[in-house]
Design a protein around this ligand. Sequence first.
Ligand code: PLP
Length: 391
Amino acid sequence: MELEALLSARLSERKREHRYRYRRVLSSAQGPRGVVDGKAMLSFASNDYLGLANHPKVTEALTAAAKHCGVGSGASHLVNGHSHEHHQLEEALAEFTGRDRALLFGSGYMANLACITALMSRSDWVLEDRLNHASLLDAGLHSGAAFKRYQHNSVGDAQKWAERLSGKQVSGHGMIVTDGVFSMDGDVAPLNALSDLAQSHNAWLMVDDAHGFGVLGPKGAGCVDDMGLSQQQVPILMGTLGKALGCYGAFIAGSDVLIESLIQFARPYIYTTATPPAIAAAARAALKLVELEPQRRECLNQHIAYFRREAEHLPVTLLPSHSPIQPLLIGDEESTMAIAQGLESRGILVGAIRPPTVPNGTARLRITLSASHTTDDITQLLEVLHSHLST
Ligand SMILES: *Cc1c(COP(=O)(O)O)cnc(C)c1O
């Protein structure tokens, strides 16, 4: 009973802080209009930015591949589970991102954990933006390297720490790690300056472009391509397949030697079953749609511009983001939850993001836009926001 008592106390504490998390049950496909806990909702809470999660061509690729390959991959990639579907997707991702090679992982969390722990160890240093995704922070800590977090998007602060760390760790090497598009803020990292900083300290730059991949850049290859950064400038690029691509999984792209090293040394790559090959086939179909249908990105960008133009007039702070992530800063947990619940009672679902996911005092509504929204959907969102925030 001691365990029960301890856990119950922790759970009560979380409720008191208004930080308790609840799961809603979705009983329709992913999309702006779905059935959530039995109720029809207009959703602005998904990372399906291009509307591919329920696209017929993607579903078709999944079912066709399943008919051919079955469901389970049967084993890890190194044993017997690396299918031609995985292999073709890796080749397509390498070509699309302009990297020598790409390597698939079960999820973005695993890709980050695998990559940082395989490359960095106790004599090294890892420097991360303090708002990086939890998986990057966990990986940095878990690697055993000297670990520091710099002020969000502050190249000056990063430089200060890089100088200290590289001075101390004479024998080891360094890595600077950043989200490309920050998942809870929607802003983009100063990648050019971080790349210069990394090079001047002989460190490697790793960019996690979970939210930029598929969305940013002239062809949707993400923020690294948008800023024209080469494989030498950003030697380690991570992207996910579960957000704009609407599927599941993730990849690391870079040089042949990087990818071979991960295959040899990355434990979360080696000791896990490969994702179902049909998922890889679906992701390849989604990637093709990203390439062939730039109108999805154009539509999304129009939605973003329209939302920002109108949301300027709301009595809360709209964070400076030009990505599909459009957060409205509220501050405390209780008000954030109350507003989110008010919106929900009007049939609008948005993310209510609270600490510890974001820093204390910065609880927010995380609104995400998708090419699958209509202009009317956004007008409706704005109307409901106006009526709830102005009272
Ligand atoms: C979602 C996300 C991940 C994790 O990716 P999954 O495939 O969902 O595990 C990693 N990094 C960032 C920045 C993310 O937003």
